[in-house]
Design a protein around this ligand. Structure first.
Ligand SMILES: NC(=O)c1ccc[n+]([C@@H]2O[C@H](COP(=O)([O-])OP(=O)(O)OC[C@H]3O[C@@H](n4cnc5c(N)ncnc54)[C@H](OP(=O)(O)O)[C@@H]3O)[C@@H](O)[C@H]2O)c1
Length: 380
């Protein structure tokens, strides 16, 4: 972790920023509402329900709601009642079979979510009934009403944070945290530029950066209700929101009259969007690619290397977790800092739509549509 950002992001110097006004009602209700009473008992003996796929393919075609096998609780296992789990792009790619990490088939979908511990095996040390847990790594299969998992596959999280924040904590906020902390040594007043700024990661970047005094320039795709989206991102703490087309316009210079050119660019898209974003980076700046939503390669002009010595990097949270498997201190420091931000109202769950498990088809559909700007979260 780098110098000043590290200190800021560890929470020591996070300024108290009031919750921005104007956040949409949808987001506010999302934060306070708890999931409805579950239709299916989570008691051992009653089969859990889960979203299962037996072969790879389009999610709508291969995912089915089914009774799962009733698992036995071993000595080192934990019986978890799942509460809520989002549908993320990587979940869809895993179902399609296009992700670098695939679960053995048949598999239950979902890599992220939060559950409540109901019972623990005799040799479980760090968890007890009532605790909230999230997956320690990818591949848990969170889209199920309950499950039995080995203790080491779970991470305890505080149960005093909103359930939707906990359900969406282990992937996107952690990614945003690492992107801001690990690549450039950012100090308050510095700036960062990112595309797909309305994505789950993008919203977390805006909020963590804001709490750390770092300015954000946020690139989104143009749409018919752009002003609503701009308003929403500004309410989260964005300093500037521009469309991909704006990146090419001379007016961009106006932004850099009041804030420095960014030293860090976060690329979630690829293709043209990335090439245009790169123009605005400071010489010797770093662009980190963590997503490829446009499914197009990153194209960088030769001059960006020769005359501006740009650094191009990549990031994958799954790899970071593997690399830090023996470094629980770093994992705990990150989780603590994020939970502190959540408690202070400085980091909220992404704008989302809560969907009962039985309506999973609509949720899978919506998760793949462009311009929806709302994370689909299954209530389990
Ligand atoms: N490397 C890692 O460790 C890591 C960790 C977390 C996430 N990710 C990746 O980050 C990306 C975002 O994940 P998320 O959960 O934050 O996503 P999300 O909340 O579902 O948002 C998806 C975003 O992608 C944008 N988008 C979709 N198609 C696009 C296109 N063709 N051109 C430009 N923008 C497009 C959407 O914008 P519109 O509103 O305009 O449709 C939206 O902003 C995914 O690729 C995911 O796999 C990577």
């Amino acid at each position: 972790m780098q110098r000043s950002t590290a200190r800021v992001l560890r929470g020591a110097r996070i300024p108290r920023v009031a919750t921005p006004p104007g956040r949409t009602l949808r987001v506010l209700t999302s934060l306070v509402r708890t999931p409805p009473v579950r239709a299916r008992s989570a008691r051992a003996g009653t089969p859990p329900l889960g979203l299962l796929y037996e072969r790879h393919g389009e999610a709508a075609a291969v995912v089915q709601l089914k009774d799962l096998e009733v698992p036995k609780l071993g000595d080192c296992d934990v019986h978890v009642k799942m509460l809520a789990a989002p549908i993320n792009p990587a979940d869809i790619n895993m179902i399609q079979g296009t992700y670098p990490l695939l679960s053995p088939l048949p598999a239950v979908g979902g890599n992220e979510g939060v559950g409540e511990v109901l019972e623990v095996g005799r040799r479980v040390k760090a968890l007890k009934p009532g605790d909230w847990v999230i997956p320690a790594d990818a591949g848990l299969g969170t889209w199920r009403t309950w499950g039995v998992f080995p203790e080491e596959m779970l991470l305890k999280v505080p149960s005093d944070i909103p359930v939707l924040c906990a359900a969406t904590l282990s992937v996107n906020p952690c990614t945003a945290f690492r992107l801001l902390a690990d690549f450039e040594s950012l100090a308050p007043g510095d700036s960062v530029i990112q595309n797909a700024a309305n994505s789950g990661v993008g919203q977390a970047v805006i909020q963590i950066a804001r709490a750390s005094g770092i300015k954000t320039i946020n690139v989104v795709r143009d749409r018919h209700d752009l002003s609503k989206l701009v308003e929403r991102l500004m309410a989260l703490g964005a300093d500037h929101v521009v469309t991909e087309e704006m990146l090419r316009k001379p007016e961009m210079k106006d932004i850099f009259k009041s804030i420095p050119r960014p030293r860090l660019a976060l690329n979630c898209v690829g293709g043209k969007s990335t090439t245009e974003m790169l123009r605005h980076l400071q010489p010797k700046g770093t662009m980190v690619t963590y997503g490829g939503m446009a499914k197009q390669p990153v194209m960088v002009p030769v001059s960006a290397f020769i005359f501006r010595d740009m650094r191009l990097r990549g990031f994958w949270m799954t790899q970071w977790r593997k690399d830090h498997a023996q470094d629980q201190e770093s994992v705990a420091a990150m989780m603590d800092a994020l939970c502190q931000l959540i408690r202070r109202g400085q980091l909220t769950a992404p704008a989302c739509t809560e969907v009962p498990l039985q309506d999973y088809r609509a949720a899978l559909d919506a998760s793949m549509k462009p311009f929806v700007s709302s994370k689909q979260i299954l209530l389990l």
